[in-house]
Ligand binder design. Structure first.
Ligand code: ATP
Ligand code: MG
Length: 401
């Protein structure tokens, strides 16, 4: 039915001289997504700052769902295109409205835009005439020019009419990859998946790291992380997850430090390890799901402590979120039902009874100077299992398996 998609971009128009780069990035992402769900030939073209996708075969709902997750897309409309013959216009509009069935809204407005300025009728005339015909044919529908439930969008192009009545909203923001590359510290809770989504829509490409405390936690944690990745990958273009073996490092820390400092030292060495990974893959910053004051490791003092040891900035988009706000967002983005599954957590396994809130700088520095972890951290990255995910959110089998 719909062989054309009209896509409106979000913040790309703000970008001044860099605009071509942003349009290239979004075009490329749209091409990747459409190719993944539409097994026919198609073309994506930038036409007056709008991306138009055309194919000889109609696009299916799966393509629409996937495009709703492409950062940088504000909204899009599946569109009928017909020959530029005024006699054919109304029959096609009628077909389009009939396809709504019982769901046809009660109020509408026809909006016409004319690229072909020499067309025999002006936009107002076309809107008026089509509006009259609709009123004659469809019962129970009224014109409402101020707040219609349905917009009948018509476009008069040099060689075609475009008709659309459906509008899908995207996630908005900026295309993935136009704002650098991050290492996302992904744990199995509600926060870090939402944090990942927040930075996907700000244009950050992400590689994910999960610090896996095997054998102190079960294998089901890993499955949970993979399930979360299957969702988060659909907001990225193609991405990977590093499952970093961390159990022995945590054990070593737990044995050698004051109990109160365990959680903070786990956090420090995770951040160090994430920085090593970032160095290898060229990522410029780290990303976590921290929210100020949520738990002891996220007090202002402890956040400052982590920031004093990291060689790259740590982005924390949820810093001012209440837990409930994060949970609501997790429902919207599709990670809630996975995050809610209970899992073992090594941090709580080794959790101190009274985690330090005001760390003593002298002890901290002494511990970090006297305990050598550089080789353990390098080894952990070497031994990490790397899993790639496609834009469909599916595992890409590795070449050597
Ligand atoms: P989440 O924050 O995802 O809900 P959580 O509450 O269990 O999980 P916290 O203890 O609040 O995690 O940790 C704060 C942040 O540190 C997480 O959001 C995540 O970015 C990072 N983090 C914690 N544990 C891990 C881990 N095992 N692997 C990777 N990142 C982790
Ligand atoms: Mg948390």
């Amino acid at each position: 039915m719909y062989k054309v998609l009209m896509i409106n971009v979000d913040e790309l128009w703000l970008k001044g001289k860099n605009r071509p780069q942003y349009f290239r990035a979004i075009k490329n992402h749209i091409e990747t997504v459409v190719a993944a769900f539409h097994p026919y030939k198609f073309k994506v073209k930038n036409e007056s700052q709008r991306m138009i996708v055309r194919s000889d075969e109609p696009f299916k709902e799966k393509v629409f769902q996937a495009l709703q997750r492409v950062p940088g897309i504000h909204s899009f409309s599946p569109t009928r295109d017909i020959e530029l013959d005024y006699e054919l216009l109304y029959p096609s509009i009628k077909e389009e409205l009939t396809s709504w069935g019982d769901k046809l809204p009660r109020t509408f407005k026809v909006n016409t835009k004319r690229t072909l300025k020499t067309f025999e009728k002006n936009s107002m005339e076309v809107s008026r005439e089509m509006g009259h015909l609709i009123l004659k044919d469809f019962d129970n529908i009224k014109v409402d020019v101020k707040t219609p439930e349905l917009f009948v969008e018509l476009r008069i192009l040099p060689d075609k009419f475009f008709i659309s009545t459906h509008k899908y909203m995207g996630v908005g923001g900026l295309p993935v990859g136009t704002n650098g590359h991050l290492v996302t510290l992904l744990s199995g809770g509600f926060d870090s998946p939402v944090a990942s989504y927040m930075m996907s829509k700000r244009g950050c490409r992400q590689t994910f790291a999960f610090f896996y405390a095997y054998p102190f936690v079960g294998e089901e944690v890993k499955d949970k992380i993979i399930k979360l990745m299957e969702v988060l990958a659909t907001y990225q273009k193609e991405t990977s997850l590093y499952i970093v073996p961390f159990g022995n490092i945590q054990k070593k820390i737990a044995k050698s430090c004051k109990e109160d400092y365990r959680t903070m030292l786990f956090r420090k060495y995770m951040v160090d390890c994430a920085n090593i990974l970032a160095g290898r893959i060229g990522a410029k910053a780290l990303l976590t799901g921290d929210a100020l004051g949520q738990v002891s490791s996220q007090t202002i003092g402890n956040i400052a402590l982590v920031d004093s040891i990291t060689s790259r900035p740590v982005l924390r988009p949820l810093i001012g979120f209440n837990k409930m706000e994060t949970i609501i967002k997790s429902k919207e983005i599709g990670t809630h039902d996975i995050s809610i599954i209970p899992h073992d957590d090594a941090c709580s396994l080794f959790a101190p009874k009274h985690p330090v809130i005001h760390p003593d700088n002298k002890y901290w520095l002494e511990y970090c100077t006297n305990n050598e972890y550089a080789k353990d951290l390098q080894d952990a990255i070497e031994k990490a299992e790397k899993i790639m995910f496609s834009v469909r959110g599916e595992l890409i089998p590795s070449k050597n398996s």
